[in-house]
Structure formats: structure tokens, C-alpha cells
Design a protein around this ligand. Structure first.
Ligand code: HEC
Ligand code: HEC
Length: 285
């Protein structure tokens, strides 16, 4: 059952990734920004993983900004003092080079950021996530969405087909996507992760959710579920989750033994027959 699901996902990805590669080229700057930048930046909505870009053209020259957008790593590596400062403010997270970026695209993005900054309300002010505390019901709902128990509204595939269920650790769930236990913290908590999920900018996630975005109503429960996973993980690390550890450990050990048995059964038979063979030849001599 799960095997079939995964297979379908792979086929679909293969089909969809061709579309994304093309769309990175000629596209209007606003659509490009929405697709590739809003997971980490707002314009006037506060910091996510990256700084709020409102009025960034008053902080740096347009020339410099276009160069930075083209190849952030190179500018940072050149020892540029301003780049070092914004890197520090981002907690050391380096802005990735965006696939398909050209000088022309970078310049058009700088112009876009400048004109959006002049508006009272930029269309890129970001998703407004509620500040209310997460409730147990949110975590539960997020869990149901994650596992596919409750299907995603826009028919995106369940997270579990590619990501392990965070609280189950290494057991259960797909392995195409990374472990998400640290995602809440790594991607900037409630606000950062919400923004990220609303328009993921990484290759696989974008390919999957561009045409089937996670609904804004679904983001809060998913974020609540991932925060819970981060908490549980921290508790386990602190030694409060011994039982979970023992269970996971035992299950892994058993799985390991089964695997070893499979691998070695064949080999041992080979070695044994070789030994028998040798003894025979020695006996004959
Ligand atoms: C994965 C997150 C991420 C994505 C995606 C991303 N950025 Fe960034 N961006 C950052 C971070 C973090 C910084 C701060 C510098 C650093 O740490 O590298 C930054 C810095 C910047 C700056 C300089 C900001 C300042 O205050 O001077 C600009 C301009 C910028 N990004 C534009 C863009 C554009 C345009 C896109 C989309 C094509 C984009 N970024 C995509 C994370 C990201
Ligand atoms: C088709 C497989 C697939 C599905 C379905 C999927 N993901 Fe992903 N996810 C990935 C892959 C692969 C990555 C690694 C980055 C990339 O290539 O996009 C990733 C990365 C992420 C990250 C960033 C992790 C980090 O630490 O940087 C988050 C958060 C995430 N996924 C959440 C979700 C959620 C929530 C769902 C369900 C709504 C989901 N994913 C569904 C494959 C998938």
C-alpha cells in the first residue's frame, strides 16, 4: 500500500520537476519572488529566516543587492563587512543560491522589492499566523494531516509519504524527505516555519506543493505538530523519554539482526562450503 503511494509520488515528481526547471527562466518578477523568496523573506511583515526586505534599497546599493542575490555565498566569502553583519543577524544561516538565477532576474527582483516597499501594504507582507497558543487539538489535527488521516485540502500528498513521523523517530514514514524533528527551530519557529510551508523554496517541496499548496488553515496545525515533535525530541534528549528510547532501540536492534541474518546467511553458506571443500581437498592430498 505504502509502496504504491511512494511509487506514484516519484512518478509525479519526475513529471513536475521538468515544469519547475522551465519556470525558473522567463517569468514575471512577482511570480518569481512568490515562488522562490517568500519562504524566507517578507516585504514589510518582519523577519523570517532572512531579513524583512522592506526598504532594503536604502540599506545597500541596488548593484550590491543584485550581486548578493545572484551568489550570496560568494559575497560572504569575499569578506564583505555588510554581508557578514546580515549573516550574523540570521544566526549564521546562509541564503542559498536560487537555481536558474541570472543577473537580469536578480536586477528585476531588486526593482520589485523597491516598488513593493513603497506600497502601504506589500502583497509580500507574509502569512499572518495567529499568535494564540497552540492547543492539543491543533497538534492532533496537524498529526492527522501529516499522516494523511485527514487529506490535505488542495490534494497535496501526505507528509508521511516522504517524511518519517517526527515523534516516531526513525521508524515509520517515507525517507525521501529529511527528519523534521529540528525543522521548527531551524526554520525560525512559528512565524518562520509558517512562512516556509506557505511557499517552500526547496526543489522537492516546491515541485510537490506549488500546484497543490498547503492551505493557510492547515499551516497552523502542521506547525503545532512539528513544534510538539521538537519538544518531545528535546525531552528524549534530556533523558525523560527513556522508554521511547528503549522501544526504538529494541526495534532497531531487531531490525538490524534480521537484516544481518539475511546478509550473512548467504555468505556463511558460501564460506562453509568453501571450508568443506578445503577439508576435502586436504583429506585427498
Ligand atoms: C532559505 C532562505 C532564503 C531564501 C529562499 C532566500 N533568502 Fe534572501 N536571505 C536569506 C538570509 C538568511 C539572508 C541574510 C544573509 C545571510 O545570512 O546569508 C538573506 C539576505 C537577502 C538580502 C539582503 C538583505 C539585507 O537586509 O540586506 C536580499 C536582498 C535577499 N536576501 C533577497 C532574496 C531574494 C530576492 C530571494 C529569492 C530569489 C531570496 N532572498 C531567497 C535567506 C533566504
Ligand atoms: C514527495 C515527497 C515529500 C512530501 C510529500 C513532503 N515533503 Fe517535505 N521535504 C521533502 C524533501 C525531499 C525535502 C528536502 C528539501 C527539498 O528537496 O525540497 C523536504 C523538506 C521539508 C522541510 C524542510 C526541512 C529542513 O530542515 O530544512 C519541511 C519543514 C518539510 N519538508 C515539511 C513537509 C510537510 C509539513 C509536508 C506535508 C504537508 C511535507 N514536507 C511533504 C519531501 C517531501
Amino acid at each position: 500500500m505504502r509502496g504504491n503511494g511512494l511509487c506514484a509520488v516519484h512518478l509525479w515528481l519526475a513529471a513536475v520537476s521538468g515544469v519547475v526547471a522551465v519556470s525558473a527562466r522567463a517569468q514575471d518578477p512577482a511570480a518569481y519572488f512568490k515562488q522562490n523568496c517568500v519562504s524566507c523573506h517578507t516585504i514589510g511583515g518582519g523577519r523570517l529566516v532572512g531579513p524583512d526586505l522592506k526598504d532594503v534599497t536604502t540599506r545597500q546599493s541596488k548593484e550590491w543587492l543584485a550581486k548578493f542575490i545572484r551568489d550570496p555565498q560568494a559575497v560572504i566569502a569575499s569578506g564583505d563587512a555588510y554581508a557578514k553583519k546580515i549573516l550574523g543577524e540570521a544566526g549564521g544561516v546562509v541564503m542559498p543560491a536560487i537555481p536558474g538565477m541570472t543577473d537580469a532576474v536578480a536586477r528585476s527582483l531588486v526593482d520589485l522589492i523597491e516598488s513593493e516597499s513603497a506600497l502601504a501594504q506589500s502583497q509580500f507582507k507574509g502569512v499572518q499566523v495567529s499568535d494564540r497558543p497552540f492547543l492539543p487539538a491543533d497538534v492532533e489535527q496537524g498529526h492527522a494531516l501529516f499522516t494523511g488521516h485527514v487529506p490535505l485540502k488542495n490534494r497535496g500528498p501526505a507528509c508521511l509519504s516522504c517524511h518519517a513521523l517526527p515523534e516516531a523517530g526513525a521508524l515509520g514514514g517515507g525517507t525521501l524527505g529529511p527528519d523534521l524533528t529540528k525543522a521548527y527551530e531551524r526554520l525560525g519557529g512559528r512565524k518562520g516555519l509558517s512562512g516556509w510551508l506557505s511557499a517552500p523554496a526547496t526543489p522537492t517541496m516546491q515541485a510537490v506543493f506549488k500546484s497543490a499548496p498547503i492551505d493557510s488553515e492547515e499551516i497552523l496545525p502542521l506547525v503545532a505538530c512539528l513544534q510538539e515533535a521538537a519538544r518531545n525530541n528535546a525531552a528524549v534528549a534530556a533523558g525523560h523519554g527513556r522508554l521511547a528510547f528503549v522501544i526504538t532501540g529494541t526495534a532497531l536492534a531487531v531490525a538490524g539482526l534480521v537484516l544481518m541474518n539475511r546478509i550473512w546467511r548467504g555468505r556463511l553458506r558460501g564460506i562453509r562450503s568453501l571450508l568443506v571443500e578445503n577439508t576435502r581437498t586436504q583429506g585427498d592430498a
